[in-house]
Design a binder for this molecule. Structure first.
Ligand code: HEM
Length: 489
């Protein structure tokens, strides 16, 4: 009898805990039941969380609530709803997640506190506009030249392989890293040093994936496995800060005045800004250090991943590759590509857009935080809720994209074969916190692909190109070799 009573009490108590864990305001978006402590983490496979979350969207709708460990989250997978929410000032925050708080300390731009963010976002946007904006300028010319020089180095490297397979990720990282380190560390930073910094950053990115669960269940950091990750990370991170410190000190010896036609670095631009403000909490050297690491991190991995997917898709779909090449050869007629040429290359632009859709580099977006209650349609997103822009689901929505699993660049061409940019294509997200580096990223991708395809035919080394993805901070392809065959031979 006692055993029955005990069992009944345990069942009732568990039920009460479950009900409490799921008590919700009727205005909140619907969602699955959460378990105490872990919420719905058990439903997510870390390497395929974007797919699991998309499946939940099919069940609960384009806006749903879910708890990830201790973090109340709203997942949005409809482009119109996402725009409505992310355009609001109340959605400008970033959630407090253990790992990101640990490495960013509320400084820089991507995970900075809102007051720091406002200033730094304006500073970085002005800086990037001055070097890569739509207007023709000597500095923009200098940036394009720098990118072209780096592509030429890539071409030189690839030629030295004489048609044998090349491990793509390393070579592409070196190409992108050369440009980003010039912009963010300055021209005088020795190449070997910036290469080491990029490698270290790559380690940090990899570890951030291993450390992922700590974001939602911070007590895990006391377990030996996670404690080790944090201690290795701290070591690398300290070295990165020391390295950037040295770079800043070295650059500070030079006059911040730059010639009109030389490529500026953010160090110089920051120092100039600092000299106009007497005492400042934001324009100090510590902030600059975090900002540089942040910009370096946000720009390199994302752009490299996007180029890797483009090369792999073109190696797999040879007919598309040939069409792009023919368009490039006929429009450019042997001329070195410039960013301005893209508007006369609709099939090339459509192909780049289709890769950005079918392999959304930042599949789960970068999370936002509701700074106040947000009302959208008939729902309320409560203050302090994490907002996840599920970009993958937006790009794979069969109601928007006909047969979304198919790689079909022509979906971006209208009846006159002109490129059209649909509002549902959001690889750089949307709203006031959307990617600041969109234009630079497009330049890096286009100038690279346009040069490579005029010189080489890209082929697979393996019997099949593997287009399956592994989800880290970005959606990564599996490491594989491809061959670049000189088309003149
Ligand atoms: C193809 C390459 C890239 C992709 C797909 C990409 C995508 C994104 C996405 C989805 C976000 C999140 C926006 C949001 O919070 O809603 C973001 C933020 C950001 N990106 Fe990019 N990005 C790329 C390249 C770059 C480059 C080249 C730079 C630097 C020049 C850059 C700098 C940033 C920064 C600083 C943020 C944070 C903005 C903020 O919090 O205000 N990104 N990016």
């Amino acid at each position: 009898m006692f055993a029955i009573l005990l069992a009944a009490t345990i069942i009732l108590a568990s039920f009460a805990v479950l009900v409490c864990a799921n008590k919700r305001d009727a205005a909140l978006p619907p969602g699955p039941w959460n378990l105490p402590l872990i919420g719905c983490l058990h439903k997510l496979d870390p390497e395929r969380a974007y797919v699991n979350l998309t499946k939940l969207a099919q069940k609960y709708g384009p806006i749903y609530s879910i708890r990830l460990g201790k973090v109340s989250t709203v997942v949005i997978s409809d482009h119109k709803l996402l725009k409505k929410v992310l355009m609001k000032d109340e959605a400008l925050g970033r959630p407090s997640l253990y790992f990101f708080d640990y490495i960013c300390r509320g400084k820089g731009i991507t995970y900075s506190h809102i007051n720091v963010w406002k200033d730094q976002r304006k500073f970085i946007s002005d800086f990037l506009r001055s070097v890569g904006g739509a207007k023709v300028s000597a500095k923009k010319e200098a940036l394009e030249n720098e990118i072209r020089r780096s592509v030429e180095e890539f071409v030189y490297l690839v030629k030295s392989y004489e048609g044998s397979g090349i491990l793509l990720a390393e070579a592409v990282t070196s190409y992108v890293g050369t440009v980003t380190s010039t912009l963010f560390l300055g021209k005088s930073c020795p190449r070997e040093d910036s290469a080491k910094a990029i490698q270290a950053l790559d380690e940090v990115v990899k570890m951030s994936v291993v450390a992922g669960p700590i974001n939602f269940l911070p007590f895990l950091r006391f377990l030996p496995m996670y404690a080790n990750v944090i201690s290795v990370l701290q070591n690398i991170w300290n070295k990165m800060h020391n390295f950037v410190n040295e770079v800043i000190k070295y650059n500070a010896q030079f006059s911040p005045d730059e010639k009109e036609d030389s490529l500026p670095s953010i160090i110089n631009a920051f120092m100039q800004k600092k000299s106009t403000r007497n005492s400042d909490e934001i324009y100090n050297l510590e902030e600059l250090r975090y900002l540089i690491l942040d910009m370096f991190g946000a720009s390199t991995e994302t752009t490299v991943t996007s180029i890797l997917w483009t090369v792999l898709y073109l190696a797999k779909y040879e007919d598309v590759q040939e069409k792009v090449r023919q368009e490039l050869l006929s429009v450019l007629n042997g001329k070195t590509p410039q960013m301005g040429d893209l508007e006369n290359l609709p099939y090339t632009e459509a192909t780049l857009a289709e890769v950005a859709r079918i392999r959304t580099t930042v599949a789960m977006g970068v999370p936002h935080l509701a700074l106040e209650d947000i009302y959208v349609e008939n729902f309320k997103i409560q203050k302090n809720t994490m907002i996840m822009p599920l970009l993958w689901a937006i790009h794979m929505n069969p109601n928007v994209w006909n047969e979304p699993e198919e790689f079909r660049p022509s979906r971006f061409l209208n009846d006159e074969r002109k490129f059209v940019q649909p509002e549902e294509l959001l690889p750089f997200s949307v709203g006031k916190r959307m990617c600041v580096g969109e234009h630079l990223a497009k330049m890096l991708i286009f100038l690279f692909m346009a040069t490579i395809l005029q010189t080489f035919k890209i082929e697979s080394c393996e019997p099949e190109i593997d287009l399956s993805a592994v989800c880290g901070i970005t959606l990564l392809p599996k490491p594989q070799k491809v061959v670049f065959k000189n088309i003149d031979k």
